[in-house]
Write a protein that binds this ligand. Structure first.
Ligand SMILES: NC(=O)c1ccc[n+]([C@@H]2O[C@H](COP(=O)([O-])OP(=O)(O)OC[C@H]3O[C@@H](n4cnc5c(N)ncnc54)[C@H](OP(=O)(O)O)[C@@H]3O)[C@@H](O)[C@H]2O)c1
Length: 220
């Protein structure tokens, strides 16, 4: 199967949380926001999970630097994200499962959303990426969370790079940068990363880019 060149971008606390226990997730400083927008300007599409789409309603557009806004992709197996939210701003793609009826999908199409169906039960991410690449021409994809989507993408070997900004905070709980309990055991199954570069942002923030080393260990 084909897929776009894919990287995750997240801003996390030093203890790896992208949101606190109460759902607070505003972790970026000004330079980090600019970096995020410049990354968006590099890609054809930005992808988020259904929880992030519902909780944060992110615009996913390029506003702080020059460049075109990418297509927005929302991964939502159960159609929890309403059509008016999915189709809110710019070109939107909803990735969902193959079992939904035309009647359920029609309101999304009427709202201007392109619907991609991949998998049954839960979205088959590898298949979805194949469709994004081959049918919709997405060559570069940025995944902007949340932790559930990040983890599933990493677990399935669909990520080439992880770009993470570390905010100088510790939350002690909340949503992790990659959250899929039970899929990794940390010894026989893990994703290994290689550090490409690090830079300092706004004095106290760090930005690190890692490439994903193809796992030497089995992923299941
Ligand atoms: N600081 C940051 O950089 C940052 C960035 C983004 C988000 N956030 C925060 O992260 C939190 C949300 O993260 P989250 O982990 O709860 O949710 P998420 O990753 O945004 O969404 C997870 C949902 O995606 C859907 N999904 C569909 N197919 C999937 C698949 N194959 N694998 C995994 N998920 C699939 C699932 O719902 P269905 O089964 O219903 O489809 C799943 O519950 C929010 O608090 C948000 O503010 C922070």
């Amino acid at each position: 199967m084909a897929r776009p060149y894919t990287f995750i971008f997240s801003t996390a606390t030093l203890d790896g949380r992208i949101a606190s226990v109460t759902g607070y997730s505003l972790l970026s400083c000004e330079e980090d926001f600019r970096l995020q927008h410049s990354y968006r300007a590099e890609v054809d599409a930005v992808m988020v999970g259904s929880n992030t789409a519902l909780l944060d309603r992110p615009r996913l557009s390029v506003r702080l630097v020059k460049g075109y806004s990418p297509a927005r992709v929302i991964v939502d197996s159960r159609l929890r994200v309403p059509p008016e939210v999915a189709g809110l701003r710019g070109a939107s793609i909803l990735v969902t499962v193959e079992t939904h009826s035309w009647e359920k999908l029609k309101p999304y199409i009427d709202a201007g959303v392109t619907v991609v169906q991949a998998g049954r039960g839960r979205v088959d991410l590898a298949k979805a990426l194949d469709v994004l690449r081959k049918r919709l021409g997405v060559r570069r994809l940025m995944v902007e969370g949340g932790g559930g989507l990040n983890c599933a993408m990493l677990h399935q070997g669909l990520v080439d790079e992880v770009r993470v900004s570390y905010a100088p905070y510790i939350f002690g709980g909340g949503v992790g940068l990659a959250e899929c309990p039970g899929l990794f055991d940390g010894k026989n199954s893990r994703v290994e990363l290689s550090l490409v570069r690090v830079e300092r942002l706004c004095g106290d923030w760090l930005h690190a880019v890692y490439s994903v080393v193809r796992p030497k260990t089995p992923l299941l």
